[in-house]
Ligand binder design. Structure first.
Ligand code: NAI
Ligand code: MG
Length: 350
């Protein structure tokens, strides 16, 4: 029997509500499909920071490295400096474990009232592939003359050939397994150094995939197109910052941010990959047991797919579809089902 070890990091806000819902579904899937899943909980995040002065212990990555995968909620609390969570937790894990692919599928599920008029599930089925370890989010920069009225601030973007090449290869290879189309989204007409370089390297990589449909689009236009013609997109290949924004937009056009799953993936499996819903800790609805657990549950399915349990992963996604198509919807989708009720319905549909 295959067995997998999972580090579970619920995090803050609704994290400790949606992640147990996801774990319950994963346990049910393991039982049904005959594999073993062991897990250990880690209390890292902004709450942990308030108690210890750290988002996670200094040796946390050494500890986490021993697991097959990380299953994560979100970090951040209103009373903790919001420049810290990404720096002290999320990016540390993404960079430390070389999770250079941020994989974010967005699909309109049958039965979900999406916000776009006249669009059906066939029209919205795309994946945002966001470069996850460099670009605009390297956090290199600083404040200059901060003590004077006219201060200055910089954040430098860093793009490397290696970083662009590997995310481009991943995107073209993924497209071949889907509808065979890559849209490269940048803003190389104005970021004429970094993103023009990105486009050039993508163009070079593309020469190895000339049978894949390819389009280039600027991010402003891509935003408009995602709302007007989402059917144009299959795989969106993009940078860290642009991908962060477009994947929330892609989540929104599928009905709710609460539905979107993601994987922070190290494709070579040299390090564990991390799976998390695309949303944050949603402190505005935390503690009410009404958070939508679908993004977290679906992220669990992505994790199983990455681990090689494809049948179980597909079954979870099918069970999610059946659940929402059956009208079991959370508050953010206009329903009244509570977090654990949705998880239980998904388990029943498995
Ligand atoms: P958010 O995604 O937490 O919330 C945005 C809106 O969507 C809120 O109205 C929220 O109630 C709603 N929402 C989000 N997830 C939902 C769910 N599962 N079910 C129902 N409604 C849901 O984004 P926001 O408000 O910008 O950030 C809140 C905190 O989360 C901040 O501290 C931020 O830094 C952190 N954050 C952490 C992330 C991570 O750990 N990967 C990612 C994004 C934000
Ligand atoms: Mg985001």
């Amino acid at each position: 029997m295959s067995s997998y070890s999972m580090a579970v990091i619920p995090g803050d806000g609704i994290g400790p509500e949606i992640i147990p819902a996801g774990v319950a579904v994963l346990e049910a899937a393991a039982e049904k499909f005959g594999f073993q899943l062991s897990y250990e909980n880690f209390p890292y995040g902004a709450g942990y920071y308030k108690k210890t002065g750290r988002f996670m212990p200094d040796d946390a990555l050494d500890t986490l490295k021993g697991f097959d995968a990380l299953y994560f909620g979100a970090v951040g609390l209103p009373d903790v400096d919001d420049t810290l969570p990404a720096r002290l937790f999320t990016f540390k894990v993404r960079v430390g474990f070389d999770q250079y692919v941020n994989y974010r599928p967005a699909r309109l599920l049958p039965g979900v009232p999406g916000p776009l008029k006249g669009k059906s599930p066939e029209d919205i089925d795309l994946v945002v592939i966001r470069e996850n370890t460099e670009g605009e989010f390297v956090q290199s920069g600083g404040l200059v003359r901060n003590e004077f009225p006219d201060g200055m601030a910089t954040d430098m973007s860093i793009f490397t050939r290696k970083g662009i090449e590997r995310i481009a290869h991943y995107s073209f290879q993924l497209a071949r397994k889907r509808r065979n189309k890559v849209t490269n989204v940048t803003k190389s007409n104005t970021l004429i150094h970094s993103l023009a370089y990105w486009d050039r390297v993508v163009e070079e990589v593309r020469q190895s995939y000339l049978n894949v449909d390819y389009a280039k689009m600027y991010v402003d236009n891509a935003s408009a197109n995602l709302v007007l013609y989402p059917e144009k997109f299959d795989v969106i290949l993009t940078t860290n910052f642009i991908g962060d924004i477009l994947s929330d937009l892609a989540g929104a056009i599928t009905g709710s941010l609460g539905l979107g799953p993601s994987g922070n993936i190290n494709p070579e499996k040299r390090y564990p990959s991390m799976f998390e819903p695309i949303h944050g800790s949603a402190p505005d609805i935390a503690g009410k047991a009404i958070a939508n657990p679908v993004g977290a549950i679906w992220s669990g399915a992505l994790m199983l797919e990455h681990l090689g349990e494809t049948r179980a992963a597909d079954a979870i996604v099918a069970a999610i579809e059946k659940t929402v198509a059956g009208g079991i919807l959370s508050v953010d989708l206009g329903g009244s089902a509570r977090t654990m009720e949705i998880a239980e319905a998904v388990i029943a549909n498995l």
